[in-house]
Design a protein around this ligand. Structure first.
Ligand SMILES: Cc1cc2nc3c(=O)[nH]c(=O)nc-3n(C[C@H](O)[C@H](O)[C@H](O)COP(=O)(O)O)c2cc1C
Length: 194
């Protein structure tokens, strides 16, 4: 069996984590880099990945996340926060970044930029947010796989109040909305019930 399938067989949504144990930073960096390399529609990368270690912040988040213990027992809480809308500035920034990375300006790519500019900003903000959130879910999938490859325990979570998390992390003023959170930690296998 491939290493990847073995890692995926090992993975499970961890319910109990050891609050005294920390995931090594190099493993967290590996997971974040895997998310950065994930495909997104038009390469817009329309979400941010926040890594929360601050305990007081995580306590506040736990209170609006069904009191789920992994939020405070993990060592790193990943928050996937999608753009609340597509604006010309955001679209141009990402197309410019592609040009800068490639070191060339391509006519086909520029025509495609115009097509996206002519389409996305005119749409309803909620439709654009939903599109961005779908990209974030692809990133969550990558993070789950990367964590399994690194033998890092994790739990994907939608069980929280997004509006409250947005408030705690000041996401609204940054044009972001929380989509999924992903605690990374060390499982307490002896007391985990699933
Ligand atoms: C998008 C998503 C949201 C989830 N939200 C929660 C959650 O809030 N709390 C939780 O304990 N598990 C959550 N889970 C974990 C699932 O319950 C779990 O993945 C499922 O029961 C299958 O178990 P396994 O991942 O251990 O194979 C979520 C999973 C996904 C993919």
């Amino acid at each position: 069996m491939s290493d990847l399938l073995q890692a995926l067989q090992w993975r499970y949504a961890t319910k109990k984590m050891k609050s005294t144990k920390k995931v090594p930073q190099d493993k967290v960096d590996y997971i974040a880099e895997a998310v950065r390399l994930t495909a997104t529609s038009s390469g817009l990368q329309p979400y941010e990945l926040l890594v929360i270690t601050n305990y007081a912040l995580r306590e506040q988040i736990r209170a609006v996340a069904w009191n789920q213990a992994q939020v405070t027992d993990c060592s790193h809480l990943l928050v996937f926060a999608a753009w609340d809308n597509y604006t010309p500035e955001r679209i141009n920034q990402m197309f410019d970044l592609v040009n800068a990375e490639r070191g060339i300006i391509n006519e086909g790519w520029e025509a495609y930029r115009q097509q996206v500019l002519d389409t996305y900003p005119q749409r309803d903000a909620e439709i654009n947010y939903q599109h961005a959130a779908r990209q974030a879910y692809i990133g969550v999938g990558t993070a789950l796989i990367a964590a399994a490859v690194q033998q890092v325990d994790s739990t994907p979570m939608e069980g929280f109040d997004p509006a409250k998390v947005d408030e705690i992390l000041n996401l609204t003023e940054r044009g972001l909305r929380s989509v999924v959170i992903l605690p990374l930690g060390v499982c307490a296998a002896e007391i985990d019930f699933i």
